[in-house]
Design a protein around this ligand. Structure first.
Ligand code: PSU
Ligand code: MN
Length: 313
């Protein structure tokens, strides 16, 4: 749990020491996933939601070269205000950001790495990266998927946005032995919508059942993570007839201009937000809060299981 490059906020360190539940949260969703100032407000609300549901939130980023588990309000405000000008840090970028004492927002992949270093097993976000449409030509496959293959953290998300090729994303995860669990659903949710044309691997209906699978997986040293796909609450779900054309338009625009690998996802996220106006942003915020609640419940259940598995004394 200690590491020369790692700064765990003292409150979170105490909670981890006591084997109490902690939920990791990422920071690229703040800088690159939502516009300011809603991104900052949402980040703070998500932390509060985790707390209200019995776990301690740990928002993760790299601040002046330190791997931070638990951000200050100023850190969150800085990441939100600087937005897409903040460096987006995935696995590849971590050593450079650290060596150069720079500040960067962590993606799902790099947040998983830092969470695992700190001993945190549950992580809540909005959507994960995946295999992009046209990947057979572009080779654009998010490093998030490879991270899920090797790093032992359960990622609670609302599925993946259909800016991605959902079928190929599932195939990739299957190849790498990453289970995709549907929470109270047998179909893969597609972020803004509760379902898609694809099935999840397993449907589980309670946080306890999900925690039992995590516990079994890691007790057997089956390395790697898990995707827990949690559909957006019915009241905030969008119509496919609204969101699909917006995504199609954003993809056409992306096709028409040269773009660096890591710029594509932030571009698509921002354009979909702009094209659909406030509607998709409101949906986005609600699904993240919903994931924070489920992640907190899973973290509580998981800690209960690890405690009872420890020998008394
Ligand atoms: N999908 C979203 N919102 C996000 C992201 C993805 O709906 O904020 C962010 C996450 O941080 C994710 C990253 O890890 O984008 C994936 O980027 P890439 O496709 O370049 O790997
Ligand atoms: Mn990519």
């Amino acid at each position: 749990m200690t590491h020369p490059y790692l700064d765990i906020h003292p409150d979170i360190a105490a909670v981890l020491q006591a084997s109490s539940p902690v939920v990791a949260l990422e920071s690229t969703i703040i800088s690159h996933g939502m516009p300011y100032p809603q991104n900052v407000a949402t980040a703070l609300r998500v932390e509060a939601e985790v707390r209200q549901h019995g776990a301690t939130p740990a928002t993760i980023a790299i601040i002046r070269g330190r791997l931070k588990v638990g951000l200050s309000r100023e850190d969150i405000e800085y990441l939100g205000q600087t937005g897409r000008d903040v460096v987006k840090v995935s696995r590849r970028d971590i050593p450079f950001t650290v060596a150069q004492a720079a500040t960067g927002a962590t993606t799902v992949a790099s947040t998983m790495i830092i969470a695992a270093m700190a001993g945190i097993r549950v992580f809540a976000t909005g959507g994960i990266g995946g295999v992009h449409r046209g990947a057979e030509r572009s080779f654009d496959i998010s490093a998030d998927l490879q991270e899920l293959a090797i790093t032992p953290v359960a990622v609670v998300c609302a599925g993946a946005k259909s800016i991605l090729d959902l079928g190929l994303t599932l195939e990739y995860l299957e190849t790498h032995g990453v289970p995709v669990v549907g929470y109270q659903t047998a179909t893969l949710p597609a972020f803004f919508t509760r379902d898609s044309d694809f099935k999840v691997d397993y449907r589980l209906d309670s946080a306890q059942a999900i925690a039992q699978v995590m516990h079994a997986k890691w007790a057997m040293d089956l390395h790697g993570g898990m995707v827990v796909a949690n559909p957006i609450p019915e009241a905030y779900a969008m119509q496919r007839s609204v969101i699909d054309p917006a995504i199609a338009q954003a993809l056409r625009e992306a096709d028409a201009q040269p773009m660096d690998g890591k710029e594509l996802t932030p571009f698509l996220l921002a354009r979909v937000n702009e094209i659909t106006g406030g509607h998709s942003l409101a949906a986005n915020i609600e699904l993240v809060l919903n994931n924070a609640r489920l992640a907190a419940a899973i973290a509580c259940a998981y800690q209960g299981l690890t405690r009872s598995a420890q020998p008394a004394g």
